[in-house]
Design a protein around this ligand. Structure first.
Ligand code: CFM
Length: 550
């Protein structure tokens, strides 16, 4: 690999050429398609950015980094909640490989409280069920689960074969609910193939949780300033740090969808006064539907990055328009920032000028740029595995997004105001004042307006393009997931997993920021990666031969 000679600014300025290099390897048809998904950023005064093609099928033959709809539904949105008993209806592999690999943590309120998260429950479908149908086995699994655990709620998750053989999991759920009337039993048609990525599974999960869980329980939490966090999943303990800060500020977190959460909090989430959205991609549907049915307004926040965290707390306090709260939040920020600043200055001295790249599923490729900025590092290139155009360009493009057959495949619920429970929590006077301060209700400005001009934005990055990025940019750290980790590290660049956080965390909030600064410092300033010689550099080709007529 060539030594790093050019400055970061020069490298970014030459991004159009890097893009050409990526594209020239492809056959013309593939190149035309990828050309729309690899964009050289340009931010106009009005936050106008170039259009990107996203949320579209991966071209067959390309090694994508994406997952499936089942992963997005069962693993991502529902996975982190501890007392909904979750049954994977399908062959054992799907259940096994979605068993806590995301490192979502949970903390039951007492030792006696149920926590099913450490289990992987599956109907273990066999050939017999594929041929004769699996509904009987599913109902039997529910019977067993009820006998063993007697949970408040059971979620059933469909894997690919379930849809292919036509098992009716919804009628099985209804039938079992009649048998066990005190248990809420619901099913998700989240077959892996349901969409082009995990993103389809998010939508399916949002729909079902909204229609079958939210609003089932009238039990408002006690306390002032009650809100829900949507799109925070407690990876590596992030939610624990966020809860600590919210407690210190004297606000009441009603529920989190779905980090460190429980069923009753979802069921009564409609009694809170505000929704703040952290991961826009995975949960924006819920925010919209709750606003329509119950009148709960929402806005975007981000607890990743110390400054972003402070800003988000200030937004929430400003929304509630309470002088005492605003004062208390400022006090908490000041106290927390003292230690953050001390570590930040120390780390920044060693990390300033270094470069990063972020390719994660959705929001994190945007959110984590904050942390890098704080220690003086530049994000040269970033992209989502499965974000939509609004995650890149901002929600202002929503009316212009072409709805294709894959998107149409996922049900769009028609939601109307609840005749009894709708009450607009929107305080118009507060809203007007907030908008002046830049707080935009029901909006997300997307990742691209926050990035440098000429930075390469790449949707659904693949291995070939990652290799070109590595060769041309040689970043100081590459952020992605387990599938990318070892190829990148064998090339001599450290890879930080931003999905599972490797073995670390939390990275959210103030203490999380400190953890992240320190870890990035260790990674980018460690010399060990420079000694790595990739096996394919020594021995570039693996030779193999077929043995016929043995
Ligand atoms: Fe949201 Fe997530 Fe993300 Fe996501 Fe994910 Fe994740 Fe992710 Mo892995 S919900 S979009 S589907 S922030 S599991 S906690 S890290 S790809 S960037």
């Amino acid at each position: 690999m060539p030594a790093k000679k050019e400055s970061t600014a020069d490298l970014i300025a030459g991004s159009a050429e890097v893009r050409e290099e990526m594209l020239k390897k492809y056959p013309p048809k593939v190149a035309r398609r990828r050309a729309k998904q690899i964009v050289v950023n340009k931010v106009e005064q009005t936050e106008q950015v170039p259009e990107i093609l996203a949320n579209t099928r991966t071209i067959p033959g390309i090694l994508t980094m994406r997952g499936c709809a089942y992963a997005g539904c069962k693993g991502v949105v529902l996975g982190p909640t501890r007392d909904i008993l979750q049954i994977t209806h399908g062959p054992i592999g799907c259940g096994f490989y979605s068993w806590l690999t995301r490192r979502n943590q949970t903390r039951p309120k007492s030792d006696g409280d149920p926590n099913y998260m450490t289990y992987a429950m599956s109907t273990d479908m066999q050939e017999e069920e594929i041929i004769f149908g699996g509904e009987k086995k599913l109902k039997k699994a529910i019977d067993e689960a009820v006998e063993l655990f007697h949970p408040k709620a059971i979620g059933i998750f469909a894997t690919c074969p379930v849809g292919l053989i036509g098992d009716d999991i919804h009628s099985a759920a209804r039938e079992m609910e009649e048998k066990y009337p005190d248990i809420n039993i619901f099913a998700f048609s989240c077959e892996g193939y349901k969409g082009v990525s995990q993103s389809a599974g998010h939508h399916i999960a949002n729909n079902k949780v909204f229609s079958d869980v939210v609003g089932q329980l009238e039990k408002p939490k006690e306390g002032e300033f009650r809100f829900n966090i949507l799109g925070e999943y407690n990876i590596g303990g992030d939610a624990f740090e966020i809860e600590r800060i919210i407690d210190a500020c004297g606000m009441t977190l009603h529920s989190t969808f779905s980090g460190n959460s429980e069923y009753e909090e979802f069921a009564s989430a409609h009694t809170a006064d505000l929704n703040v959205v952290m991961c826009h991609r995975s949960i924006n549907y819920m925010a919209d539907m709750m606003e329509k049915r119950y009148g709960i307004p929402w806005f975007k926040i981000n607890f990743i990055g110390a400054q972003a965290c402070a800003k988000s707390l200030r937004k929430i306090a400003a929304y509630f328009r309470d002088e005492k709260l605003i004062e208390r939040v400022e006090k908490v920020i000041a106290e927390e920032m003292a230690e953050v600043e001390r570590v930040r200055q120390e780390v920044r001295a060693r990390c300033k000028g270094k470069t990063a790249m972020l390719f994660v599923g959705g929001s994190r490729a945007h959110h984590y740029q904050e942390l890098f900025k704080e220690i003086g590092m530049t994000t040269m290139s970033a992209g989502y595995e499965f974000g939509h155009r609004d995650d890149y360009e901002g929600r202002k493009v929503l009316p212009n997004i072409t709805v294709d057959a894959d998107t149409r495949n996922i049900e769009e619920l028609t939601v109307e105001a609840d005749p009894v429970r709708y009450s607009s929590r929107r305080d118009e006077a507060a809203v007007a004042g907030l908008q002046e301060k830049g707080l935009r209700l029901g909006d997300y400005e997307g990742m691209m307006p926050d990035m440098l001009d000429n930075a390469l934005i790449i949707d659904d990055l693949n291995h070939h393009e990652a290799e070109v990025l590595m060769e041309r940019y040689k970043p100081d750290v590459f952020c992605a997931g387990i599938k990318e980790k070892y190829v990148i590290q064998k090339s001599g660049v450290p890879l930080k997993q931003l999905h599972s956080y490797d073995y670390s965390g939390p990275y959210a909030g103030f203490r999380g920021a400190i953890n992240f600064y320190r870890e990035i410092d260790r990674l980018v300033n460690s010399r060990i990666f420079k000694y790595v010689k990739a096996p394919w550099e020594k021995n570039p080709e693996l030779a193999g031969s077929y043995v016929w007529n043995r």
